[in-house]
Design a protein around this ligand. Sequence first.
Ligand code: ZN
Length: 386
Amino acid sequence: MARDHEAAPQGPFGTRTFQLGRVFGISVGVDPSWFVIFALVTAMLGTRFEAQNESWPTALAWGAGLVASLLYFLSILAHEFGHSVTSQLLGLPVISITLFLFGGLARLSGEPARPRDEFLIAIAGPAVSVILGLSFLLLWIFTGNGSVVGEVCFWLGSINLVLAVFNLIPAFPLDGGHVFRALLWTVFDDLNKATRWSGLVGALFARVLIGMGIALAIFGGPQALSGGLFMAFVGWFLLRAARASVWQSRIKESLGGVRVGQAMQSLERRVDEWTTVEDVAEGVFAREGLAFVFVEDSGEVVGLVSLKAVGAVARQKRGFQRVTSVMTPLGEITRIGPRRSLFEALEKMEDSAQSVLLVAEADEVLGVLSREHIARVLQNRISLKN
Ligand SMILES: [Zn+2]
């Protein structure tokens, strides 16, 4: 359980991201999938510049394509920084910004405190894209058609405006969906309800996008094939994200009001440091149906033993091995207060990549809380409703 607390940063597909550095205290990284889209956009631009400007040598067209592609992804980063800096200014820290297959993703450390904050954070990204788009178009007007700089600026200007418009579609979790949620939040005065409704609209839009993408790929001829497939792919990603946010808000609502102290296993069940692994396995876990037991040393609680840790010891060795050899010292387990909500506990588990938390208040250990304890509460709540 003593894992590094700087848990491996994960991209939207759960893969490890490549860290580029920290800006404004936010770690910036790229998901492996980004290299694919970077190569595709560069190739698309190289071919396009070459076809549209017959006087350009191939190397020049592809060089321009590479520069335009890099500036495009820098524009996306600037868009994400728009969200992130606003969020930080409003007191909501940002964990990371990641570039991936479908663009950029800023991970905030929680939900905004009120609808106004949600609106400002959401609108800041497209605002940056609009400013960038207009600036590049202005540069294009000054440099004119046909020149290399002019062509690159024209494409960057248009694509940034397209980016702003696409992101403003009111389909959660797109930026426009967040704006929509801020509006619903004001109307309902209930964030969970607002999330569910905007999630449903987002899922509907995602299905339309998938349908349109597939239709385009089938009936649009060979030129539209890759574009159509990509559109369907974006739709699939949005559908997944919309569903996840609806699901998360359901869980949050089901767990709402239940405190860590009400769901934890308390300190009462203990064994002393001389107990063997076998005694714990058969005497405590098998007979009492528990998954954890505290270990005390001369009357003082020093560690925690889990069913999982005991299970890892070979059966024939259990009788000769002391329980202290498989226990985790209390100091190594992340702590949480008993009055915190179960949802906060769940978030803390995700952030620290641990499945067990020590419940403690002002240095006094009170008990243990695991994912299973939370799952049990969730199960009871759901079966009560049905
Ligand atoms: Zn955005």
